[in-house]
Design a protein around this ligand. Structure first.
Ligand code: KIV
Ligand code: ZN
Length: 516
């Protein structure tokens, strides 16, 4: 008889560590939509943010805690009372909540970042866990930079944190330094050496600097870790975190090797990947495992022939099991308001008042006239596009672009700036270049264009183009988004959105650069 499998808890941190990718910031409304997609996938724990980082982060954690009822909602907090209070406050509306507190434990972080002796680090950790336990039943403690910490010190601080009431112990490889065999061995040693290890779930949180985040996490699972922290599309600080879709599918596909199973509804994976990519403007590389456009495409004739004869000859997973056929036409130009509202609700989109639903419906009808078949991805783009993401300092009134063989492209642009309409024209090497030059002729923002990307939201030439424009100025990096069936207009909207966000000046604290 096969032994019963342990549960592997899936802790998604797309909304917190994922948002730490430069330029990946999300609005509260977008975070709620992503959180609803994660809830639909049955993610166990959603880290919704770092409540003390900014007012916006606080509100996002609170909004996710209000909207999501089936997953546990978590907020990050440094090992400080103010952080923990703020996390607890933001989490109040949650059905089930978790406070995740952390302190660095590696010699290099303790000496140079915290400027604390190891004894003081243990004291701070214990104080923070006890403090958090007074406010929440479920407390996770992380040893930041555990991947470069000394094992004896890890054993000491983890034993103390469990005694203080932490029920999950997380071992982050913060800088992505670990190698699979060695990292798994560390987890095995911790579990064997810490006397009260059986009182907590051991978790891992791996970064991908050496491209080993998923491999390290899986190695840890084989040695007894029972929670993995991960993100959709592997989004995250620097090279990212372990990718949720790869971890979940590895454990499921190699059920013969892993003594664990997850609760994840895997057909939700591709829609969630597309949603995160659309919201952040970070495209998914075509050869990305599971969610890349080519992940199930067979190019070689021999492979195609094999798959036609017997699918398993070249396929270890079924595309439909990860949601590749979820892209069904959902609405068309004859769909009514009730069907429109119902589909938004199914996608976790709260249209708000009747008035805002009406405004969205008008946009939907205009899109359906141009595009005929409307997919879920179109609805997400439509809603993102309609959100006031920042105070609108620059609004698009009209844009006319000439593009003709043998003629230099020219854009004639009218913007609304602080209540007054201003018109300008500019030439450029192409219609988009001319449009951006025209915008800058009026805005003179002093920013640098770091990235311009266009993504077709669905297939077909009538698809909406979703454009991301990344601007930087004085050390700040901002992503602007715009969607339209006309990619030049989508580009103008994205550029203006980025300028409006730059103007909003919203600043957030970063969990790993501040002190204790
Ligand atoms: O990478 C890391 O160490 C983190 C912790 C705050 C868990 O993100
Ligand atoms: Zn991290």
């Amino acid at each position: 008889m096969m032994a019963a499998k342990d549960k592997l808890f899936i802790f998604d941190t797309t909304l917190r560590d994922g948002e730490q990718s430069p330029g990946a910031s999300m609005t509260t409304e977008e975070k709620v939509r992503i959180a609803k997609a994660l809830e639909r996938m049955r993610v166990d724990i959603i880290e919704a943010g770092f409540a003390i980082a900014s007012q916006g982060d606080f509100e996002s954690v609170r909004a996710v805690a209000e909207a999501v009822k089936d997953s546990r909602i978590c907020s990050l907090a440094r090992a400080r009372a103010e952080d923990i209070d703020r996390a607890a406050e933001a989490l109040k509306p949650a059905n089930a909540s978790r406070i995740h507190t952390f302190i660095a434990t590696s010699p290099i972080h303790m000496k140079y970042k915290l400027r604390l002796e190891p004894d003081a680090v243990v004291e701070n950790a214990v104080r923070a866990v006890k403090y958090a336990r007074n406010l929440a039943e479920d407390v996770e403690f992380s040893c930041e930079d555990a991947g470069r910490s000394e094992i004896d010190f890890l054993c000491r601080i983890i034993e103390a944190a469990i005694d203080a009431g932490a029920s999950t112990i997380n071992i982050p490889d913060t800088v992505g330094y670990a190698i699979p065999g060695q990292f798994g061995d560390t987890i095995g040693q911790l579990l064997a050496r810490i006397p009260n290890a059986d009182k907590a779930v051991f978790s891992v949180h791996c970064h991908n600097d050496l491209g080993l985040a998923v491999a390290n996490s899986l190695s840890a699972v084989l040695q007894g870790a029972r929670q993995v922290e991960c993100t959709i599309n592997g989004l995250g600080e620097r090279a990212g975190n372990a990718s949720l879709e790869e971890l979940v599918m590895a454990v499921k596909t190699r059920a013969d090797l892993f003594p664990v199973e997850t609760n994840i509804w895997t057909p939700g994976i591709v829609p969630a990947s597309r949603l995160v990519s659309g919201v952040t403007g970070f495209p998914v590389q075509p050869n990305k495992a599971i969610v890349g456009a080519n992940a199930f495409a067979h190019e070689s004739g021999i492979h195609q022939d094999g798959v036609l004869k017997h699918r398993e000859t070249y396929e270890i997973m079924r595309a439909e099991d990860v949601g590749w056929n979820a892209n069904k036409m959902v609405l068309g130009k004859h769909s009514g308001r009730a069907a429109f509202r119902a589909r938004l609700e199914e996608l976790g989109i709260n249209a708000g008042s009747d008035n805002s639903l009406n405004q969205l419906f008008v946009r939907f009808k205009a899109l359906a006239d141009k595009k005929h078949e409307i997919f879920d991805e179109d609805l997400h783009a439509l809603v993102s596009d309609a959100q006031p993401q920042a105070e609108e300092v620059y609004g698009l009134v009209s844009l006319e672009v000439t593009s003709k063989t043998g003629v230099v492209p020219e854009a004639q642009l009218t913007l609304l700036h602080l209540g007054a309409e201003k018109t300008v024209s500019a030439t450029g090497s192409g219609p988009v270049d001319a449009t951006f030059r025209a915008i800058e002729a009026l805005a003179n923002s002093g920013s640098t264009l770091e990235l311009y990307s266009v993504n077709a939201i669905t297939s077909g030439t009538d698809s909406q183009g979703e454009v991301t424009v990344r601007l930087s100025k004085a050390g700040r990096i901002i992503n602007g988004h715009g969607a339209d069936t006309d990619i030049v207009i989508a580009s103008a909207k994205a550029y203006l959105n980025a300028l409006n966000l730059l103007n909003s000046g919203i600043e957030r604290a970063h969990p790993q650069t501040a002190g204790v």
